[in-house]
Each structure stands twice: as structure tokens, then as C-alpha cells.
Write a protein that binds this ligand. Structure first.
Ligand code: ADP
Length: 183
């Protein structure tokens, strides 16, 4: 069985974290990995139910995700995390937790706030700009860009499939995923 690792997508709401993870996941399964998804929006309805969007609550949410990711990594899973995770220090903590048990690969989905607002898939940016939603990352709450991510994905120049291909290529390069064996 392949070694476990955590692939951590960070970026603004609507940047494309989930979309890219959902293309990468099946490709990893095809190559023999056990895949688990930890999506920030979903985690907030279960494991982090009741938490809000203060810095403290955001940090608690990310630390919980990091802890679960670490446990799963230990058992050989490929863990795909999609969470805004706006604070560098907290992402670093998650990295340290995971690295006790396997590799941590940070993928910065570097979509600008302008592009996320233009897409506004969930209608949240409109509400954030009008003030109806407070503490909205990138609008009225901070987002600290990763200083040294393993991957930076430019979704304004790439289709989701291209971003996913870049991710899988990087995982191959790092020796975490087997290269495609010709049939
Ligand atoms: P997040 O998980 O970061 O909040 P989502 O994946 O839920 O973001 O939403 C991103 C939206 O942007 C989707 O509707 C997706 O179809 C769209 N999108 C457009 N272009 C891209 C791209 N190149 N990469 C990823 N998503 C894209």
C-alpha cells in the first residue's frame, strides 16, 4: 500500500479548492490510493459545528482538520483538505501535526478576490460586500498568502483539469504517487 500524505488546498472562498480536489481524488484512487476528503464547509456541519469565524474559531477548526488529517495520513490515506485556512501560523501547525505521520503538500489556489467575486458561486461575495455577512475572508477578514507553498495554482489561467494535472504531477515528482504505467 502507498504511503499516506495530506494535500492541503488553501485559498479564498470560491477559489476552486473543492473543484480541483474532486478531480485529483478519483485520479489518486485510480492509482491505488485510499482517498479521504476533509472539506471545510462540510467539517463545519459536523466536527466543527457551532464554531464561528473569529480568529480563534477559525484556528480551532483548522487544528481539528489538521489533527484528523494526521491520523488518516498515519494509516496510509491520501487526505485531500479543502479549507480557506487563512492564517499562515495555523497552517504551519497543521503541517507539523501531519508531518509526524507523513508528507504535507500545501497547494495555494491563488484566485484573486476579484475573480472569486466575479464567479460568486455561492452568492456570498455579494453579501460580504453589502455588509450582510461580516468577517468574510478576502473582503472584511484577513487572508495570509502562503509564503512557501509546494504548489501555486493559477485558476484564472488554467482550467480545473489543468490545475489537477499540475497537482498530480507534483505528487509524482515528490514520490507520493506512482507515475502512470503505460497499459
Ligand atoms: P472553494 O472550494 O475554493 O470554495 P469551489 O471549488 O467550491 O471553491 O468553487 C470554485 C468555482 O469556480 C466552481 O464553481 C468552479 O467551477 C469555478 N471555476 C472556474 N474556473 C476554475 C478553475 N480554473 N479552477 C477551479 N475552479 C474553477
Amino acid at each position: 500500500m502507498p504511503d499516506g500524505f495530506t494535500l492541503w488546498f488553501t485559498g479564498l472562498s470560491g477559489a476552486g479548492k473543492t473543484t480541483i480536489a474532486e478531480i485529483v481524488g478519483p485520479e489518486l484512487e485510480r492509482r491505488g490510493h485510499l482517498v479521504e476528503y476533509l472539506d471545510g464547509d462540510v467539517v463545519r456541519t459536523h466536527l466543527s459545528k457551532g464554531l464561528g469565524f473569529s480568529k480563534e474559531d477559525r484556528d480551532t477548526n483548522i487544528e481539528r482538520i489538521g489533527w484528523v488529517a494526521s491520523r488518516l495520513t498515519r494509516h496510509g490515506a491520501a487526505v485531500l483538505v479543502s479549507a480557506i485556512s487563512p492564517y499562515e501560523e495555523t497552517r504551519q501547525k497543521a503541517r507539523e501535526l501531519v508531518e509526524e505521520n507523513g508528507d504535507f503538500v500545501e497547494a495555494f489556489v491563488a484566485t484573486s478576490v476579484e475573480e472569486c467575486a466575479r464567479r460568486d458561486v455561492k452568492g456570498l461575495y455579494e453579501k460580504a460586500f453589502s455588509g450582510e455577512i461580516k468577517e468574510f475572508t478576502g473582503v472584511s477578514d484577513p487572508y495570509e498568502e502562503p509564503s512557501d507553498p509546494e504548489l501555486r495554482l493559477d485558476t484564472e489561467e488554467q482550467a480545473p483539469e489543468e490545475s489537477a494535472q499540475i497537482v498530480v504531477g507534483k505528487l509524482e515528482e515528490l514520490g507520493l504517487v506512482r507515475s502512470e504505467v503505460p497499459a
